[in-house]
Design a protein around this ligand. Structure first.
Ligand code: ZN
Length: 336
C-alpha cells in the first residue's frame, strides 16, 4: 500500500452507555474472590488512575466492522453475487470466492499477490478495515472516561467507574433465552467515554459508508460489547470535532484544488494509472459543506480543515452519495 499519506480524516467522539454495558477483560475470577465471573476491561492510565475502565479501540473497531459488513451484505442480497463480494467473511477460512466462508485475507495471502493486488482484489470492507495482508485505513483509539482534570467532567468520570454487578441469569430471563449461568457480570451503566477515529488515504465512498455506520451507532441502534442479543451494550454517540488533513502541503492549493473549499479523496493525488492499478473508484472532488474552516494553514507542512456539529452532519450528507455510486458500480468493475 502507499507509504505516503495523502489525506486523513479524524473524528473525536463520545460514547454514553444507555444501560448495562460489558466489555469483557478476559480476566475470570479464578482464585481472586474480589473479582466477578466476568469483569469489565481496565487499564493503567497516567492521569485517570491505576485501574480505570475503558473501551478498547480494537473492540470498537470490531463493532464498526461487523456493522459495516452487515450493511454490505444487505446490498449483496439485493443485487446478487459479486466477486469479490461487498463484504467477505473475516472469520472465514476459504480462499474460494463465492463461498460463504470466503475471506480476502485467505485469498490474498499468497506470494503472487503484491501490495497493489492486496488492495485491488480486496472487498470494500477489507479496503477500509484491513485484512491479514493489508493494513487498515481505519483506526480507533481506546476510549477513556472523560478526563476529570476538567471540573465539568468529574461526574461523567466517576459514573463511568461506578460499575455495578448484574446477574447473568436474570439477563437471560428477560429474553427467555437458555440460561448458561448462574454467573455475575461487572457492568458500566453510566458515564462518558471519549476516543478518536482516524481514516487515512480515504476515498469519499469510505466516508459515506462510515457516515451510515456512525449514524446508526449514534442513534443507539448498534450495541457494543458482551451479550448484545440480550439487551446489553446500548449506547449513544456524539461527535465532538472532525478534521480533514492533508500532510505534506505547505499551502491550501494542491493539484488544481483549494483544500480550504474542496473535499479531496485519495484519487485526487494519484495518477490515473496508479488509481487504476489499485482499482480505486474514480471520484470527482466535491465542495466542502458549510461550517468547515481552515484549522492548519500549511505553515508547518500540513493543511487541514475542521468542523463541529452541523458541519459534520453536512459532511456525512455530502459523502453518502459517493457510497451509493460506488456500490452501483461495483458489479461492472473488473477486479482481476
Ligand atoms: Zn474482504
Amino acid at each position: 500500500m502507499h507509504k505516503r499519506r495523502f489525506n486523513e480524516f479524524s473524528l473525536t467522539f463520545t460514547i454514553r452507555p444507555q444501560g448495562p454495558l460489558l466489555i469483557k477483560s478476559g480476566q475470570e475470577s479464578g482464585a481472586d474472590p474480589t473479582l466477578l465471573d466476568m469483569n469489565f476491561v481496565r487499564t493503567h492510565h497516567g492521569r485517570l488512575g491505576d485501574n480505570t475502565v475503558y473501551l478498547p479501540g480494537s473492540s470498537l473497531k470490531g463493532t464498526l466492522r461487523s456493522y459495516a459488513e452487515k450493511i454490505a451484505r444487505t446490498l449483496g442480497d439485493e443485487q446478487g453475487d459479486h466477486f469479490p463480494p461487498y463484504s467477505c467473511n473475516p472469520l472465514g477460512t476459504s480462499d474460494r470466492r463465492g463461498r460463504d466462508d470466503y475471506y480476502c485475507g485467505k485469498f490474498l495471502d499468497k506470494p503472487q499477490h503484491d501490495q497493489v493486488a492486496q488492495h485491488r482484489l480486496a472487498c470494500p470492507i477489507c479496503r477500509t478495515f484491513g485484512h491479514t495482508s493489508l493494513a487498515a485505513h481505519l483506526r480507533l483509539s481506546d476510549a477513556y472516561p472523560l478526563d476529570p482534570i476538567q471540573p465539568d467532567n468529574l461526574t461523567w468520570f466517576e459514573q463511568a467507574n461506578q460499575t455495578e454487578e448484574r446477574d447473568g441469569v436474570a439477563i437471560d430471563r428477560i429474553s427467555g433465552a437458555v440460561a448458561v449461568g448462574p454467573f455475575n457480570l461487572e457492568v458500566v451503566t453510566k458515564g462518558a467515554f471519549q476516543g478518536t477515529l482516524t481514516l487515512h488515504n480515504f476515498q469519499l465512498w469510505q466516508l459515506g459508508l462510515l457516515a451510515i455506520v456512525l449514524r446508526d451507532l449514534g442513534q443507539g441502534r448498534v450495541p457494543i460489547g458482551f451479550a448484545k442479543s440480550r439487551g446489553l451494550g446500548r449506547v449513544t454517540v456524539t461527535y465532538e470535532r472532525a478534521e480533514i488533513g492533508y500532510p505534506g502541503r505547505f499551502r491550501p492549493q494542491a493539484n488544481g484544488h483549494d483544500l480550504q473549499q474542496s473535499l479531496l479523496g485519495v484519487t485526487a493525488f494519484l495518477s490515473a494509472d496508479a488509481a487504476r492499478a489499485y482499482d480505486y473508484f474514480p471520484e470527482a472532488p466535491v465542495s466542502l459543506p458549510v461550517g468547515w474552516a481552515l484549522s492548519d494553514d500549511g505553515s508547518y507542512g500540513r493543511v487541514a480543515v475542521a468542523g463541529e456539529g452541523a458541519a459534520i452532519d453536512g459532511l456525512w450528507r455530502t459523502a453518502v452519495p459517493y457510497w451509493a455510486d460506488f456500490v452501483a458500480s461495483w458489479q461492472s468493475v473488473q477486479h482481476e
